[in-house]
Design a protein around this ligand. Sequence first.
Ligand code: TPP
Ligand code: MG
Length: 392
Amino acid sequence: MGSVSLNTPPTGMPQVPEPDLHQVLTPDGHRRPDHDLDPWLQDVTAPMLAGLHRDMTVIRRLDTECTHLQRQGELALWPPLLGQEAAQVGSAAALRREDYVFPSYRENGVAYLRGVDPLGLVRLWRGSTYAGWNPAEANLAAQQIIIGAQSLHAVGYAMGLQRDGADTVAISYFGDGATSQGDVNEAMVFAASYHVPVVFFCQNNQWAISEPVSLQAKRHIADRPWGFGIPAMRVDGNDVLAVLAATRRALERARNGGGPTFIEAVTYRMGPHTTADDPTRYRSAEEVEAWRAKDPIDRVEAYLAATLTDADRDPDGVGPLTVERVREVSEAAADQMATALRAGVAELADPGPEALFEHVYAEPHYELERQREHYRLYLAQFDGEQLEAGAR
Ligand SMILES: Cc1ncc(C[n+]2csc(CCOP(=O)(O)OP(=O)(O)O)c2C)c(N)n1
Ligand SMILES: [Mg+2]
């Protein structure tokens, strides 16, 4: 593996670069040399790319299925990640099992790659559980709705890791809009001051609900961290290899005592902010079409089509590895996930209104018991049918 030194500003004289966009796979599938990222991509093989293609395809299907489930009344809300598959898969693939992830509501693909059962995500967005997975098992915190708050949690956790002398890194995911929040800026001050093993991973998807990034950032988002003394890299977030390399580089730097790094993954939210949003009210169809041409899955297929030869063997079969075969395997994995998800949703039990009182305190609490009894008596006034409707 290559050098882990980043272009750290000299002490006392911060250098504020205008970072260029790092890209190793062009939208039409050509491999571009990148001095900073290439050393982190030495192990990339066709089967590995096929695996990244499969993961992106599966999370795209997961996202589409959940959007449909919301439209069919099965979920209360869903925040689509369509278009952001490379940013989520590339970064999550770089993580070690023991690294700890602090996500926002949009990192459903990252959650999938951390081993979270998609049904856990569905139960969460259906409102039938407070947590769809055990954070300690997946090393994935609960999804954060308070914009940017998870960056403080990540830095606090990383300060603990530092004190434990652990060989582990915390990573915080957030959006472009979140970089305008106090929490993210405070987190960067602490991260830089204590030189903690944390990676700030910003998916700049161009929009904070209906507010374009151009309104709240007069320079690149990646320029901001330099002011805190945190080196930053601006990468093509629709380029899974560039994201993988940049995240590996930042993680290794943190692991080796190099402190925090900020990654701006430049991508695009192809769908609505959530299923409650109508993006046609604030952005043009031309803008969306321009980004469609930069699709993260298409470019991996184009690259494979241009580079696969008969010498590339299908790891699961007898013949050569072809783009058709890669697509087939990815679609089969997506079908399998979607079938299990649909079957699981049909069997989900409603926890009932009294579940509200569970897990508030670790131990029984007389005031909570009083409230629970009061609520039980209130509910007893209704018949079962009304109760069920009210519980949704
Ligand atoms: C502290 C706080 N303020 C406002 C909101 C309402 N809100 C929800 S999502 C969002 C936009 C976030 O945009 P961005 O950080 O770019 O993330 P994206 O949704 O694009 O992934 C806002 C303002 C909130 N959840 N929390
Ligand atoms: Mg955004």
